[in-house]
Write a protein that binds this ligand. Structure first.
Ligand code: IPM
Ligand code: MN
Length: 372
């Protein structure tokens, strides 16, 4: 297969973790005989410094034309600590999501067997965790009208959703649940918010066309508690932009490191793949950042194009690095391995082997893929 992949390294550790994903994609090209073309483009604080805008027009154009986008990270301390800043790096990512219509953000949260002891939660609580969050990504409070009074003492952000925005991601989530354990939890705040009541009404109506799915609704506060107490009870979670951001952050507590969770942001025309973690500016250039979330995002990219064996080969190599303890220090405090070394190890262990085929067959048997 031929693919054109836009590479948006962005800020902080973004470019260095992305570099490890590229090593892995190149290993996939060689092992499985594909041809990927890579084109780099600036975004975020780097783009503000060099071009005055967090998402330069050329970057957006390139992303539109590419088959897929691999994104690093975004954000810088100088902006985090300056609420007055009018132009912010994050606007680059938000605009990219909006312009490309990437309305469905898919965030799998699955326990790694090698890391059972790493979670901040008890081993028996996290052991069976295997869920996927469908987070709406182009609406809600992130994109509603923002206002600040002239004297700067009052501000508001509007949370608005249309039935259409809710139903398109709801259908994707229900379809995913059909291929998994057939359970879907809608998370909202319908006891307080009008927009949440529309989510509940729309999703409940749609659930009638998926009678085989066990559909439940939870308020966000209750969902957060249950996620920490019994994560294994969740299969597919469907939720809005803001609640999805927060709940998926809790996912990294379950798994044991913020450096492990990938995501896919899907629209009608484009698809972008990005780790959940932020730009971690304190670690920039130190060769200590965990590249696995980025590498697993590249695996999701391959899966998106139906390259399941190739995707599984990456996932199998990641499992190997975890079992062999070739990991960065966020996972094992005493580890002497850095970002580059872990990236090299995973790339070198990408093989078209029996073992990977076995993972594949098991998953096909269970009716699910390795990642989602
Ligand atoms: C995420 C991030 C972004 C978000 C930020 C960087 C704008 O936290 O992808 O989870 O809130 O969506
Ligand atoms: Mn987030």
């Amino acid at each position: 297969m031929q693919l054109k992949i836009a590479l948006l390294g962005g800020d902080g550790i973004g470019p260095e973790v992305l570099a490890q994903s590229i090593k892995c994609l190149k290993a996939v090209e060689e092992t499985f005989n594909h041809r990927f073309e890579y084109v780099e483009a600036p975004v975020g604080a780097v783009a503000i410094s060099n071009m005055g805008k967090p998402l330069p027009n050329e970057t957006l154009k390139l992303c539109r034309e590419a088959d897929a986008i691999l994104f690093g990270a975004i954000g810088a301390l100088e902006y985090d600590n300056n609420p007055e800043a009018k132009v912010r790096p994050e606007q680059g990512l938000l605009r990219l999501r909006k312009e490309l219509g990437l309305y469905a953000n898919i965030r799998p949260i699955k326990m790694f067997p090698a890391l059972l002891k790493n979670s901040s939660l008890k081993e028996k609580v996290v052991a069976e965790t295997n869920m996927v969050i469908f987070r709406e990504l182009t609406g809600g409070i992130y994109f509603g009208e923002k206002k600040i009074s002239p004297d700067g003492t009052q501000a508001s952000d509007l949370c608005s959703y249309s039935e259409g925005e809710i139903s398109r991601i709801a259908h994707l989530a229900f379809k995913a649940a059909k291929k998994r354990r057939k359970k879907l939890t809608l998370v909202d705040k319908a006891n307080v918010l009008e927009s949440s009541r529309l989510w509940r009404k729309t999703a409940t109506e749609i659930s009638k066309s998926y009678p085989e799915i066990d559909f439940e609704c939870l308020f966000i506060d209750n969902a957060a508690v249950q996620l920490m107490m019994k994560p294994s009870k969740f299969d597919v979670i469907l939720t809005d932009n803001m609640f999805g951001d927060i709940l998926s952050g809790l996912g990294s507590v379950i798994i044991g490191s913020a450096g492990l969770l990938p995501s896919a942001s899907i629209g009608e025309e484009n698809a972008m793949f990005e780790p959940l973690h932020g730009s971690y500016p304190q670690a920039k250039g130190k060769n200590i950042a965990n590249p696995l979330a980025s590498i697993l995002s590249a695996a999701m990219l391959l899966q998106h194009f139906g390259l399941d064996e190739e995707s599984n080969a990456i996932v199998a190599a990641v499992h190997k690095s975890l079992f062999k303890k070739v990991v960065t220090s966020d996972i094992l405090g005493s580890s002497k391995y850095g970002t580059e070394y872990v990236g090299d190890f995973v790339a070198e262990n990408i093989v078209d082997s029996e073992e990977n085929r076995k993972i594949n067959e098991e998953n096909i048997g269970l009716g699910k893929s390795t990642i989602i």
